[in-house]
Design a protein around this ligand. Sequence first.
Ligand code: BF8
Ligand code: SF4
Length: 638
Amino acid sequence: MACNTGTESGRTMDPAVQDLCKKAAAEGIDTAWDRYEKQKPQCGFGELGLCCRNCLQGPCRINPFGEPKTGICGADADLIVARNLLRSVTGGSASHTDHAYSAVQLLRLMTEGKTPYSLKGAGKIPGVAAKLGINTAGKKDEEVAHEIALTALADFGNYSEAPMKWLTATAPAERVELWGKLGILPRNPDREIRQAMHGTAMGVDGSPMNLLLASLKSGLIDGYAGLHLGTDVQDIIFGIPTPVKTEANMGVLDKNTVNIIVHGHMPEVSEKVVEWAEKLSSEAKAAGAEGITVAGICCSGNEVLMRHGVPLAGNFLSQELAIITGAVDAMVVDVQCFMPAITKVAACYHTKIITTQAIAQLPDAEHIPIEPENADAGAQKILRLAIETYKKRNPSKIHIPPHKSEAWGGFSVEAIVGALAKVDPVQPLKPLVDSIVNGTIKGAVGVVGCNNVKITQDVFHVELIKELLAQDVLVVATGCSAQALAKYGFLSPQGAKTYAGKGLLAVLTAVGEAAGLGGPLPPVLHMGSCVDNSRIGDLVGALAAYLKVPIKDLPVVASAPELQHEKAVSIGVWAVALGLMTHISLPPPVLGSPLVSQVLTEGIEGITGGKFYVEGDSHKAAAGILAHIMQKRKGLGL
Ligand code: BF8
Ligand code: SF4
C-alpha cells in the first residue's frame, strides 16, 4: 500500500490528479510527492517518536537498539514518546478548539447585531438550548442564540474545577461518569491546553501513564470544545445541512467561468465567498466570463458542499494540482491544511492565493481579512480580485481534466433521522436498529481523515470501503475521506447499486424511496467536515441510547485510513475515549515506546472499551474491522 512516488499511478489513483501530475512534470513544477522523494529517508528517530527537543540541552534521541537509553535529563523512551504524543494530540485539540472559538465569537457578535451574517439555523437552537439548560420561553431565536454563545464563552472563562459544560451537556452520562473516575474531565479548555504544554516541558511530568491520561483528556477537549462546539454553533449560524446533490473532482472547474477555490476550514469565510459569487456574477460576465464557479478543497469545501451543494475540486493532496489546471483564478484559504507550497505553485500561473486570517498568512499571498464585522467588504474584495485575475489567464496553460462524479452531501444527524422518520415516524431509529439486529446490516463504520503522501492518494479509502460495503456495513464519512469517496461515485445513489451488499442495498433503497429520493440513499453518507465528526459521535450516541447499551458495545468502528494531521490523531483519541475501536493505517510516532504502543492498542481497551488498531493493508484492515463488528454483535447476543 506504500506510495510509489515514481509513477503517477503510484502517487494517486485519481485520474484527474494523475493527469495533472504529468502536466506538473512537463512544466517543471514540484508537488508534495516530489518533495517527499527529497525527504527520503525520513528520520528514524522522528518516526519512532524518540527525539526530544523540549529543552536546549537537546536535541536528545534514544537508540532503540542500544545506547543512549535516556536523554541528558534522564528521560527514557517511554517518557519522551508519551510527552511527544501529548503535544501532538494537544496540537490537534488546539486547532479544533480555536476554530470553534472563532465560530462562537461570530455567534456572539452576530446576535449583538454587529456583523453582516444572519441566523440561518433556528432549528438547531431548541436542542442546544435544552442540553445547556437555557430557558427559551418567550425569547426570540437571536436572544437564545446569544445566551448559547455566552454559555460557550463561560467554558473558556471557567476558573473553577467544574468540568466544561459543553461536554457534560453533550456526552453520554455513562461516559461522563467514566471520564470523571479517570480524572480526565476537562475544565476550561484553554487551561487544559496550557497545562498540557506545561506538563510536557522539561522537568515536569515524568510519568508516561499520567501523560497518556492527559492525552485522553486532550482528546476530550477536541471532541467537545472543538468538534461538538464547532458543529453546534456553525449549524446555528449557517443552518442544519439537508441532503443536497453536487459533483466532485477537477471537472467541476469550468474554463468559461471565473473559478474560485475555497480551501481550509472556516465556513464564515467560504459562506461569504459563495454568497458574493452569486451577487457579483454580473461583474464576472462584464469581464467576459460566463459566470463564477466556486469549488471546494478540504473542509471549507465540505462546509459549503453540505449546506449549498457547492461542488468539490478535490481533497488534501489535490490542492496543488487544482492550481496546475491553470484555470483557478483565486484560491481563498482560512486556517489549517493548506500547504505553504501553494504560493510557489501559483507563481507559475496567473492564480492569486488569498489568505484571510491573521494567524494564517503566507509570504507572496494577498491578505484580505475576513473578520466577523467586515466579512462582506472582504468577500467583495476577494471576488473582484478573482474577476480581475481571470482576465490575466494564459489559455495555453489551461488543462482541466474532465473527470467528475455525482455526489450527495448534507447528511446531518437531523437529516438522517428525518429520512428514517419517513419509514417509522414514531421511532425513527427503529428501522435502522432492526436492520442491525436482524443482520441485514452487520454494523457501521465512520471513515474519516486525510490524504497522506505516504499512501497512494485515495486508494485506502476506496479499497477499504468497497470491501465493507459489500459485507453490508453501513458507512458514514467526513473530511477528506468523504471527498475521496465522492470522486469515485460512493456518495451517489448509483453507488449503492454498484458497491452495497444485498442487505445494505435493501435498507438504503427502502429509506431512500420513503424519503422521496426516488432511489436508494448513497452507500456512504457524507456527514460533513472534520469538526462534523461530532455528528458521527451523536449518531452512535443515539443508537447506543436507543439500544440502552454503552457505545463501546455497539458493532461500530472508526477508521482514518490516510491520516496526516495532528487533528486526525486527536479525533482518534476522542473516538477511543468514547469506546470505539479506531483503525489507522500509519501509527503516530509512538513505536519507540513499547509501553505507549501497548497502552494505545491494547491496554486502553480495558479502560474505555476503545483502542487503536493499526493496519497498513486495506484488505487486512477490512477483515480486522469486520471481525471486530462480528465480535461486538456476539457480545450483544446478535
Ligand atoms: O480537517 S481530513 S487533510 S482537511 S485534517 Fe485536513 Fe485531514 Fe483533510 Fe479537514 Ni481533517
Ligand atoms: Fe534532552 Fe531532557 Fe532536554 Fe528532552 S528535556 S532535550 S530529553 S535534556
